[in-house]
Design a protein around this ligand. Structure first.
Ligand SMILES: [Zn+2]
Length: 231
């Protein structure tokens, strides 16, 4: 009995020591993080960043915005914001995980330490959460292997890829109802970066936008003809 007690006491001692070690490690990491943040002169307004993500997420959930990649065969749809969590449906598996504000705060810290630039996969280690953030925040974009936080991010075209800013899309076709019918469009993907999306949800005014463009084009042509006939 006494031997057993001595053994258990030694075990408790071991655990206590291990806990003290881990606590020390934690404090060291906290220090390192604080130092790295202090050394970086790149500051992001955290409250604004988080508010933007949640605001955009509410809208994305309302209209069921999608994201994913034709290169990694992933496909997600924003589902709901509930209890401070953003839930997203994995359309391949129908699972519906969520993530909280803490994930976003950690990502902001990474961006600050990286002076607004972080390698893909290092912003958030969970890929779909990283992709969701990029799809939601208008200042986050991908160039090559890097994710950048750029308040001046201004794509050339209004209808653009929310991931890389390019406007070179392919339509993904689905079922064709009759021989003379246009097949259903299931969505779009960006030829530049493989981002899978549905532009009608990213830009709900897309039809109006293209109609205005067509009208403007028509008017310009009419003007040109009028000019010509004057000569
Ligand atoms: Zn793209």
């Amino acid at each position: 009995m006494r031997a057993k007690l001595a053994q258990v006491t030694a075990e408790v001692e071991n655990y206590n020591q291990r806990i003290a070690e881990i606590e020390n490690e934690r404090l060291k990491m906290e220090d390192e993080l604080a130092n790295a943040l202090a050394a970086s002169n790149f500051e992001i307004n955290r409250e604004e960043f988080i508010a933007t993500i949640f605001h955009k997420a509410e809208i994305a959930c309302d209209i069921g915005r999608e994201f994913g990649s034709v290169r990694t065969n992933t496909h997600w749809r924003f589902h709901s914001v509930e209890g401070g969590k953003i839930f997203i449906t994995n359309l391949n598996t129908k699972r519906r995980p969520g993530f909280k504000q803490g994930v976003i705060t950690a990502a902001i810290e990474k961006l600050e330490i990286g002076q607004g630039k972080v390698k893909i996969g290092s912003l958030i280690s969970v890929k779909w959460q990283e992709d969701a953030l990029i799809a939601l925040h208008p200042y986050l974009c991908v160039t090559g292997k890097w994710i950048t936080f750029d308040p001046d991010f201004e794509p050339d075209e209004y209808i653009h890829c929310v991931r890389c800013g390019e406007s070179d899309f392919k339509v993904i076709y689905g079922h064709q109802h009759g021989p003379y019918d246009e097949p259903d469009s299931l969505g779009h993907y960006c030829q530049q970066c493989g981002h899978l999306t549905d532009l009608r949800l990213d830009f709900p005014d897309i039809d109006e936008y293209y109609q205005d463009m067509a009208e403007e084009h028509m008017e310009n042509q009419m003007d040109a003809l009028r000019e010509e006939s004057k000569l």
